[in-house]
Design a protein around this ligand. Structure first.
Ligand SMILES: Cc1cc2nc3c(=O)[nH]c(=O)nc-3n(C[C@H](O)[C@H](O)[C@H](O)COP(=O)(O)OP(=O)(O)OC[C@H]3O[C@@H](n4cnc5c(N)ncnc54)[C@H](O)[C@@H]3O)c2cc1C
Length: 1149
């Protein structure tokens, strides 16, 4: 199936070869008919599956951040595609301008606009019946308002435009200048070339198909639409029809139709499109890359770094301009270059250093810069008698070892990524240089930040193209072996014999090989016969060949084979069958290829062998082949979750390789070969044990493969991607899914042993599930129990399930945990995150077994998008004793040696408190969010507590309120995503909703409250509205000098947030009038936001100074930003006992 571009080229070629041709521009009507045919065929599918969903997703955040959206659409046709946006998005469009030179379309567009598709337009839509022109001064700033837009859209309207970049430059200059800017969005057939402008994002849709009815009339109309002009003479029209019939594909599913491939692309530009200068040197001419997909792309300059500083410069530039980057290693993948995206060619950083054994702790090592190719490393190591397990081809680059690396040494030493011990990385999160794992001192840049956290090293070992720009890798090196290489090429006349031979190869040869051997197989056709090629590699530390048991066995089964070769680790590259035997060696000369690789077990099993043989029988071009690289051995020694490379259980990596002669590039043979690769991958996928991530990229056809690329590690990687590449700078690497959302609410169920924590948590989780809110219970202490059992030999099963047994170990278990925390102070945080991250796809998580004193204050910043609450279960000590299976206290008091467990606990607690510092905490230093008294048997009280306190946390009104908090990117500074909490009061109904929620959740009895304390400025708005409703007077707190004396005052530190928002920093004094709160009165403090907690802390101090008792104060904020650890500050300052609630929890800064 040819692409529409191939078809267009062929049509134009015929036209130029026909001398008599008169080119007539298409009339408006001819254009309309052509478009109709196009859309009525499967062209509309492209809109439905790509354009509309992409627009909805792309414009979502922009529309969310604005009250009004203005749109300019260039060439919308008879109606705007924006009519397919979501209703609430369409309601934001207040200004719509279009340029539509086609009179037929323009009048239809006007008609369509009369149906009111954008209901909130503030002026009538403006339709210019003329072509949009880029002619006047490109860089001239337009008039402030009427010529500026939030969104400018070219949806298939760039075809006739020459100098397309001028249109982009002109339109990006017409974007609004507000924070977050606007965007120019272009949809076009893939292959769009716009030089010299930087895209914010590029997304492709390669699977679009156009299906045309194969009649002369339809083909005439379609051909002229694609060619862009009409053919006057019938002879050319006839030629065009035969071109269409020749290039189009017939499909039995659509008889009577011709199918063409219509790959599509979306390119998005922002005001930064022209900001493409930077100080790092750019390549004069674009580098030629081996990969054909990458070769076709037109990057926005390729940076050639002279050192790490240039890589940092480029990363900083990408972060500042909110664009992506691609990185070029050996250039073998399709993702190292992308059109309109800047690339960094690491080729100039290509030094390798061997560090001999004895010089270093883990030696021998080899430190390689990222521009090295496999051959460079092997050559360098060989000179010192060393090697590294890499791949089979010398030209492949860093993409191999960062994403796995399968080669002839894998069975002996593991994958290339397994040999990585350290790396130097330019962070795409901060632009800083990081050193992870073990990097020898002399190879660690002086400004590199050493990273304690091993997560990044873990991720680099198997998924390393997604988390930063790696500038060097430190490998563990091994003594270099000698390779004995033996090839066999067997040919077959029938499939049954071939299948039997594959079975013999797998079961009798491959499965019995020692780790020092590996056997690869190739299935290919040559001279009309099916061939099975086999290469056996045997490594030995001896320098001369000894025919081993394995080879002797193989001879028996496969026959004598070709002449044996004994080679070193450089020469072994040339022994590969693809290079030496297949199709006349190296594909017989100049070829292009496309491949994907899946992991298989038991290839000799009939079902898999049949699929492989059928696949090769149905190859679309003679050169396509399957390459099976042997796995097992040391690859499987590494646990699946020990590195990011999570697919460890396979016998063979099956590389499905579509190959075609280079002169067939861009023809239907290429399309067919690529389609075959995906088709066979799709058939093998369900039978595979994983997929090799190395060749996968943002192509949607890779999505299903990428899901299986990392085994059990996918979600951990997704989380790490958000952590290490939050702006998606490396957007074109192997795709990772969006990280799973943390639960909306986490309830920490705490209390003493025997209080009934698990019992209550179980009931509440069940009740949530019955209310259609997904919930689960996890115990945080399980992991400690596992570690304790391992360390002491205790029975884990009984520790988890047998209460009496657990009681016997309770003290020892507590001591064990405390000793662990002393060694690893971050352990409680790690345990907490492990529990949260292992609970995916639920809305409420109950965590039991928590030992921390003030868990909400300590942990809420770790889950900044989640509402974290603590329910403490309280029960009388006798009830607890009975529940724990202990005798009642009165029966044991006579025992002199016996100290009741609770007494022991309380003694220990006191001891701990004293140890913590002189100022041991009193009862008001910390209180949980809720207390539940669980003395009664049965679940009734727990049920009523659920209805009263827990279910309301999910009231839909909270969601409605959250929807009113607009996010404004890059305000007031770059990279700050401002949440406009006060904007709630500017939304229709916002203040009313917020007030009613405050009223319902602050207290159940407003008659008990004597004052509402309000905090300048945000608090004034919400507190005033609340005061009006509940009829309680306000008590104002203000900066000094604003209230009449006498006043009480305290000093308040301004938060670092005030600093970033450009407000004053340093100290301020806040004041309140003396006597405004009656003696003994209860108060509620109201503020808009709880972030660092400094303001609330100062207000609480002020209240205490004014004589208000601590237990008479509670506080409520509209939105809490846990990221800033406000609750921790309140706790540290002694206000952990004040009940502080928030209506909304807002993630981010
Ligand atoms: C002819 C051929 C033979 C192959 N043989 C083998 C083999 O024997 N064993 C095997 O396991 N695989 C093999 N592969 C697959 C190969 O591992 C992948 O194609 C790999 O991605 C190629 O890496 P590269 O650096 O050459 O390509 P590139 O296209 O330059 O890079 C691949 C990916 O890595 C990223 N990347 C490169 N450098 C860096 C860096 N410094 N920091 C961050 N990201 C970076 C790129 O952005 C890109 O996403 C082969 C591929 C081909 C085409």
């Amino acid at each position: 199936m040819a692409t529409l571009d191939t078809l267009k080229r062929a049509l134009l070629q015929k036209a130029s070869a026909t001398t008599s041709t008169q080119k007539q521009p298409l009339s408006d009507e001819q254009y309309r008919v052509g478009l109709d045919i196009f859309l009525q065929s499967s062209g509309w599918m492209t809109y439905q599956d790509f354009i509309v969903p992409q627009l909805i997703q792309l414009l979502g955040p922009l529309f969310q951040s604005r009250l009004r959206i203005s749109v300019l659409e260039i060439g919308p046709g008879p109606k705007s595609v924006l009519g397919h946006l979501l209703d609430d998005q369409k309601q934001k469009i207040t200004k719509y301008t279009a340029f539509e030179p086609n009179k037929v379309f323009a009048s239809k567009l006007k008609e369509w606009l009369h149906s009111n598709p954008f209901p909130c337009l503030e002026h009538a839509a403006s339709i210019n019946l003329s072509a949009f022109t880029s002619r006047f001064d490109l860089y001239k700033k337009p008039n402030p308002d009427d010529e500026r837009f939030d969104v400018i859209l070219f949806c298939h309207s760039m075809y006739g435009m020459t100098h397309k970049h001028e249109y982009i430059i002109k339109t990006v200059n017409m974007l609004v200048e507000q924070p977050g800017g606007g965007m120019v969005v272009v949809f076009h057939r893939d292959g769009l070339r716009i030089e010299g402008v930087v895209a914010h994002r590029v997304t492709s849709f390669p699977t679009g198909i156009v299906s045309i009815v194969d009649t002369d009339k339809d083909l005439d109309r379609f051909a002229q639409f694609i060619a862009g002009f009409s053919a006057q003479d019938e002879s050319l029209r006839a030629l065009w029809r035969s071109v269409c019939r020749d290039l189009g594909r017939h499909d039995t599913a659509q008889p009577g139709n011709l199918l063409f491939s219509a790959p599509e692309i979306m390119v998005v530009f922002t005001r930064n499109a022209t900001a493409w200068r930077l100080s790092a040197p750019l390549m004069k001419e674009n580098r030629k890359v081996k990969n054909r997909e990458a070769h076709l792309r037109l990057p926005c300059g390729i940076v050639q770094p002279t050192g790490i500083v240039d890589v940092q410069d480029c990363t900083g530039w990408a972060l500042e301009n909110k664009t992506g980057l691609t990185v070029m290693g050996g250039g073998h993948s399709g993702h190292c270059l992308w059109s309109n995206i800047r690339a960094i060619d690491m080729g100039t950083l290509n030094k390798a250093h061997v560090i001999a054994s004895g010089d270093t702790k883990p030696g021998p090592l080899i430190v390689v810069e990222s521009g090295c190719r496999a051959g460079d490393i092997i050559r360098k190591a060989l000179a010192d008698g060393l090697t590294v397990p890499l791949g089979a081809r010398p030209s492949v680059g860093a993409g191999l070892w960062l994403q796995g690396g399968i080669g002839h040494l894998s069975r002996l030493h593991g994958l290339a990524c397994d040999a990585i011990v350290g790396a130097v990385v330019v962070s795409v999160e901060s632009g800083k240089v990081l050193s992870v794992g073990y990097v020898p001192d002399q190879h660690r840049p002086h400004d590199a930040v050493p990273l304690e956290d091993n997560d990044l090293l873990w991720a680099i070992k198997g998924a390393g193209t997604n988390f930063g720009i790696i500038t060097s890798i430190t490998f563990k090196a091994y003594p270099t072996p000698t390779y004995t290489v033996q090839n066999w090429v067997l040919s077959f006349n029938d499939m049954a014999t071939a299948k039997a031979k594959i079975g013999e190869f797998d079961n009798l040869i491959a499965k019995g090989l020692p780790r020092s051997c590996s056997a690869d197989a190739y299935l290919f056709w040559n001279k009309d016969r099916l061939h099975l090629g086999i290469t056996m590699f045997e490594t030995s530390m001896a320098t001369n060949c000894v025919t081993s048991v394995a080879l002797t066995r193989a001879y028996k089964i496969l026959g004598p084979g070709k002449s044996i070769q004994i080679v070193d680790s450089m020469s072994v590259f040339d022994t590969e069958m693809y290079m030496s035997e297949m199709h006349g060696g190296h594909g017989g000369g100049k070829t292009s290829s496309f491949k994907r690789c899946l992991f298989l077990k038991d290839i000799g099993e009939s079902k898999i062998a049949t699929i492989l043989l059928k696949a090769i029988e149905n190859r679309p071009t003679p050169l396509c082949y399957l390459h099976l690289l042997q796995g097992g051995g040391a690859i499987g020694d590494v646990p699946a979750d020990a590195t990011a490379f999570g697919c460890r259980d396979w016998d063979f990596a099956c590389v499905i390789t579509g190959v075609w002669p280079r002169e067939q590039d861009g023809t239907k043979e290429e399309t067919a070969a690529v389609r075959w690769v995906y088709q066979i991958s799709g058939i093998l996928l369900p039978l595979s044990t994983g997929v090799y991530g190395a060749d996968l990229g943002p192509d949607p056809r890779d999505a299903a493969l990428a899901v299986k690329a990392f085994g059990p590690n996918l979600m951990r990687l997704a989380r790490l991607k958000k952590r290490w590449d939050p702006c998606n700078v490396l957007a074109y690497a192997c795709p990772l899914p969006a990280p799973p959302k943390d639960p909306k609410v986490i309830v920490l169920v705490t209390g003493e042993s025997g209080a009934g924590k698990d019992f209550c948590a179980g009931i509440w989780a069940c009740l949530f599930t019955k209310s259609n809110i997904t919930a689960s219970v996890s115990s945080i202490s399980e992991v400690t129990k596992c570690e304790y059992a391992l360390a002491t030999g205790a029975d884990l099963n009984r520790l988890l399930n047998d209460r009496t047994y657990r009681e016997q170990h309770r003290e020892a278990l507590t001591a064990f945990f405390q000793s662990q925390v002393e060694k690893r102070p971050q352990l409680p945080e790690k345990h907490f995150l492990n529990v949260v991250h292992s609970a995916t796809d639920i809305e409420v998580l109950f965590i039991t077994g928590m030992r921390d004193k003030a868990p909400v204050a300590t942990f809420s910043h770790l889950v900044p998008d989640t509402k974290l609450v603590e329910v403490r279960i309280e029960t009388g000590s006798e009830v607890r004793r009975v529940r724990r299976g202990l005798k009642p206290a009165k029966d044991t008091l006579k025992d002199k040696n016996y100290a009741p467990q609770d007494e022991k606990d309380s003694l220990r607690d006191k001891h701990d408190a004293l140890k913590d510092g002189e100022n041991a905490l009193d009862e008001w230093d910390y209180s949980p969010s809720f207390v539940f008294h669980n003395d009664d048997e049965g679940g009734l009280p727990a049920r009523s507590f659920f209805q009263r306190q827990l279910l309301p946390l999910f009231h839909p009104l909270f969601q409605q309120l959250a929807g009113m908090v607009r996010q404004i990117p890059d305000f007031p500074k770059l990279d700050i995503n401002f949440r406009h909490v006060l904007g709630i009061s500017q939304s229709r109904g916002g203040l009313k909703l917020c007030t009613s929620l405050l009223r319902a959740h602050c207290t159940s009895d407003w008659t008990q409250i004597s004052s509402i304390v309000c905090v300048e400025t945000g608090g004034f708005i919400f507190a005033s509205a609340l005061a009006l409703q509940v009829d309680v007077p306000l008590a104002l707190t203000r900066e000094n000098g604003k209230l009449p004396p006498p006043v009480v005052s305290v000093v308040k530190d301004t938060s670092h947030i005030s600093g970033v928002t450009g407000q004053d920093q340093g100290e301020k004094t806040i004041e309140m009038e003396v006597g405004v709160i009656p003696k003994g009165g209860k108060v509620v403090v109201i503020d808009d936001v709880l972030a660092t907690g400094k303001t609330l802390c100062a207000v609480l101090k002020l209240l205490i100074k004014a004589g208000v008792a601590r237990n008479d104060i509670s506080a409520m904020v509209v939105a809490e930003f846990p990221f800033h650890k406000g609750r921790e500050l309140l706790y540290r300052e002694g206000f952990g006992g004040v009940n502080v609630q928030s209506l909304l929890v807002v993630g981010g800064v």
